[in-house]
Each structure stands twice: as structure tokens, then as C-alpha cells.
Design a binder for this molecule. Structure first.
Ligand SMILES: CCCC(=O)SCCNC(=O)CCNC(=O)[C@H](O)C(C)(C)COP(=O)(O)OP(=O)(O)OC[C@H]1O[C@@H](n2cnc3c(N)ncnc32)[C@H](O)[C@@H]1OP(=O)(O)O
Ligand SMILES: Nc1ncnc2c1ncn2[C@@H]1O[C@H](COP(=O)(O)OP(=O)(O)OP(=O)(O)O)[C@@H](O)[C@H]1O
Ligand SMILES: O=C(O)CCC(=O)C(=O)O
Ligand SMILES: [Fe+2]
Ligand SMILES: [Mg+2]
Length: 369
């Protein structure tokens, strides 16, 4: 420990005074270095964080190159803007998510809820919208009504719901992860139903990147806003902190006796013993998270429908990749099957096309997406 602290102090002394760093970068580095060795900034998995951060620190010290470029590679997941505090940046860098309290107003959320209800009552028809029902209901004789809707997907053509994706206070945070050119790529309103007794309301642990044929992953971020109080009881988000630093894993349908919803893939070989964090949130609280962060949600053990609204954003200069021959090929095939049925298109549809159609520019310039 003594050696570590000495190294840390030496690194600070060597790096900071001579470096052409901004005040924000200096604060960040100092905070990072000191917190790494005390584990003070987070109660989460201090051991793992410490060894990982120590590795990165050793790298930095070996180079002792205090140029802004080396700092950027040291801080790969966020951009410096005036918004995030150094503590918040460190937290996202290390954990892969950042929870901001009270970011969306009650009034806005109530408007989204009304728009959702109008869609459920079939008073409006929204082009491209996918209305999902829970598999426990979809596969039964149950007569569907509005309560049978478990998720809306692709609401980009609904002006009221899509307003969520353009909220200035959300975009200010998004910009810290994507940079200034921002595309809204994927939109959802999740209405997690009371569990019908078969645990089908669960969402298996997964990485959202599995669904996306674009990169780089670090320039993609999800914003997920609680539309009411979410708790472990009604199936809040569950995350595995730090997993955004890993790679994309193989995904498949989990072997669940009660059935699994269409396209709800989970990471293969998920170890339920891994330390996880339940993100309990109040109405309007918003979590931003990295597309490699392993997350899911537990079953809804209440009688209410747990609501959340979310959008996946990507930098305008992300680029499409071909997922043929990769672990994503299984989801590509499923998505193309559904697209062919939904749009009635034949022949040469590519995964990329499905995403190009959904993507909407919300800030700056549309470049390669
Ligand atoms: C970061 C991204 C993370 C994610 O995106 S995770 C979730 C991804 N989910 C999706 O992309 C949406 C997938 N779902 C859909 O596209 C549609 O709901 C789906 C499954 C095509 C069904 O839509 P429709 O055809 O309009 O519905 P339908 O009532 O006529 O049913 C047709 C057949 O599908 C079945 N079905 C409907 N909802 C289901 C469900 N939730 N899970 C499993 N199967 C389901 C339904 O039983 C019916 O089957 P069958 O033809 O009777 O054998
Ligand atoms: N085999 C599996 N593969 C992928 N994900 C899984 C698997 N088993 C459980 N999960 C996911 O793990 C998360 C937590 O599941 P679970 O409902 O068992 O626990 P919980 O809600 O965290 O805790 P509790 O039910 O004890 O309050 C959920 O996202 C669930 O869908
Ligand atoms: O709201 C939830 O339960 C999480 C949904 C989710 O992670 C997803 O659809 O990708
Ligand atoms: Fe997800
Ligand atoms: Mg549970």
C-alpha cells in the first residue's frame, strides 16, 4: 500500500505541474489517482476497481506522457464538458453507468403516460411502432386490452413520445458520452406487467450492444428514465458494475421454464453469483449506461405496471459493421425475420437498413449512421 501511495503521489507530481492539462483534467486525474488507492469514491467492488485502476495507472506512469491524447485514452468513456463533476466521470469510467436524480419533470412524464395510453387504446396509429405483449399473455386465450401491452418499441414517429429523446437536459448528459453529433437510434417504453406467475416479466441479463450493428461501443449510451418509483419489488434495473470494460459476449435465450419473451436474449453462461446492484429510482430519475454494461430486470411482484421510457443514442460518426460470422448473427437473423414480416420487404434487406430507417438526428450533424 505504501508503495502504491508513493507511486500515486509521484505520478501526480510528475504529471500535473508540467502538463498542458485543463483545470478539469487536473482535478479529474488527482481525484482519480487518490480515489483509486483509497477506494473512497465508491462503495462498489473496491477490490476489483482498485486492481483495474492500478493497472491503468501503471500504464500511465510507464509512459509518463502527460499530453492531452494520453489523458483521453486514460479516460476513454467520457468527454470533458462543463456538466459532469470529476466524481461523476470517475464513477461512469469505473462502473459504466451514472444515475441522475430528478432529471425529467413530473409534467413531462405525465404527458408521456397519456401518449402511451392513447396508443394502447388504439386511438392513434404510429408508423413503425412495435407493440409487444408479454409472452405469458400472447400465448394464452387472454383477451388483450391496454393492460396486455408490455413494451412499445420504435416510437420515433410519435411526436409526443419522441419529445423524450430531444429533452435538452437529457441531451446535455448524452453529449458527455457521444460527443456533439447525436442520433437517437432506438426507443422504448417499457410497461413491465405484474408477473403472471411464470417469471416471464423478467428481462434476462444482457448487453444492449448485442442488438446494435454499429460502433464504436464507447460512443453509444442509453438513457432510461423511471416513469414512477421503481424498486426491487416491481422489477427495477439490475446492473453488474464495471462490466462495460469487458467485451461483447455470446447471447442466447436463457433456459427458463416459464418461457422467454421474443428477442429477450441473455448473456450465455450468466453466473447468478456475480455481485449485482439494484437501481431503485424515483419518478423522473434517469440512468445513463454503456452498451456493454450487463444489465436486466427482475420480475414485477406488484399489481402495478412498472413504467420506464428509454432511448439509445449514438454519435453521428459511428459506423455500421457487418455482424456476419460474429456472436450477433443470431439476433440479426431474428430481427430480419421480423422486419420482413413487418414491412413486407423481400430479398436484399440488411441489418444496417433496419437501423438506418429508425435512426433520427437529435443534435448536430447526421454523418455516417
Ligand atoms: C437494446 C435493445 C434490447 C431489446 O430490444 S430487447 C427486446 C427486443 N424486442 C423486440 O425487438 C420486439 C420483438 N417483438 C416483436 O417484434 C413483436 O412483438 C412480435 C413478437 C413479432 C409479435 O408481434 P405481432 O406479430 O404483432 O403479434 P401477434 O400477437 O400477432 O403474435 C404473433 C406471434 O408471435 C407470438 N408472440 C407475440 N408476442 C410474443 C412475445 N412477447 N414473446 C414470444 N412470442 C410472442 C404470438 O404468440 C404469435 O405466435 P404464433 O404465431 O401464435 O405461434
Ligand atoms: N439464467 C439467467 N440468464 C440471464 N439472466 C438471468 C438468469 N437468471 C436470472 N437472470 C436475471 O437476473 C436478474 C435478477 O434476477 P432475479 O429476479 O432472480 O433476482 P432479483 O430480482 O435481483 O432478486 P429477488 O428476486 O431475490 O428480489 C434479472 O434481470 C433476471 O432476469
Ligand atoms: O426496463 C427494463 O426492464 C430493461 C429493458 C432493457 O434492458 C432492454 O430492453 O434492453
Ligand atoms: Fe437492455
Ligand atoms: Mg426478482
Amino acid at each position: 500500500m505504501l508503495v502504491c501511495v508513493r507511486t500515486c503521489v509521484r505520478a501526480c507530481v510528475c504529471v500535473l505541474p508540467s502538463a498542458p492539462l485543463t483545470y478539469g483534467q487536473q482535478t479529474f486525474l488527482l481525484l482519480y489517482l487518490s480515489s483509486v488507492f483509497t477506494g473512497s469514491y465508491t462503495g462498489l467492488l473496491p477490490d476489483r476497481n482498485m486492481s483495474r485502476a492500478a493497472d491503468r495507472l501503471r500504464l500511465l506512469i510507464n509512459h509518463l506522457d502527460p499530453s492531452p491524447a494520453s489523458i483521453v485514452s486514460f479516460i476513454p468513456y467520457t468527454f470533458e464538458t462543463d456538466l459532469l463533476t470529476p466524481e461523476q466521470r470517475v464513477f461512469y469510467e469505473e462502473n459504466g453507468f451514472l444515475l441522475i436524480k430528478n432529471l425529467v419533470s413530473e409534467e413531462d412524464i405525465d404527458r408521456f403516460r397519456k401518449a402511451f395510453e392513447r396508443i394502447c387504446r388504439q386511438e392513434v396509429k404510429v408508423p413503425g411502432l412495435v407493440v409487444m405483449r408479454d409472452v405469458a399473455i400472447a400465448k394464452s386465450e387472454f383477451v388483450p386490452d391496454q393492460k396486455a401491452v408490455s413494451k412499445l418499441q420504435d416510437f420515433q414517429e410519435d411526436p409526443e413520445l419522441f419529445r423524450y429523446c430531444s429533452l435538452p437536459q437529457i441531451l446535455k448528459y448524452v453529449e458527455c458520452f457521444t460527443g456533439p453529433n447525436i442520433m437517437a437510434m432506438h426507443t422504448m417504453l417499457i410497461n413491465k406487467p405484474p408477473d403472471a406467475g411464470k417469471k416471464t416479466s423478467r428481462h434476462p441479463m444482457h448487453q444492449d450492444l448485442h442488438y446494435f450493428p454499429f460502433r464504436p461501443a464507447d460512443r453509444i449510451v442509453c438513457s432510461w428514465t423511471a416513469m414512477e418509483k421503481v424498486t426491487r419489488q416491481n422489477g427495477c434495473l439490475v446492473v453488474l458494475p464495471g462490466t462495460h470494460q469487458g467485451t461483447l459476449q455470446e447471447h442466447d435465450y436463457p433456459e427458463w421454464e416459464g418461457g422467454v419473451n421474443k428477442m429477450y436474449h441473455g448473456v450465455r453462461g450468466y453466473d447468478p453469483q456475480q455481485p449485482r446492484v439494484h437501481l431503485e429510482m424515483e419518478k423522473g430519475d434517469t440512468v445513463f449506461f454503456h452498451p456493454l454494461l450487463i444489465h436486466g430486470s427482475g420480475m414485477n411482484q406488484t399489481q402495478g405496471f412498472r413504467k420506464a421510457i428509454s432511448c439509445h443514442y449514438a454519435s453521428g460518426d459511428c459506423y455500421y459493421i457487418d455482424v456476419k460470422g460474429t456472436t450477433q448473427e443470431n439476433i440479426e437473423n431474428e430481427a430480419l425475420d421480423i422486419a420482413v414480416r413487418k414491412y413486407g420487404v423481400e430479398g436484399d434487406v440488411h441489418f444496417k437498413d433496419v437501423w438506418m430507417i429508425r435512426g433520427r438526428l437529435v443534435q448536430g450533424e447526421r454523418l455516417s449512421l
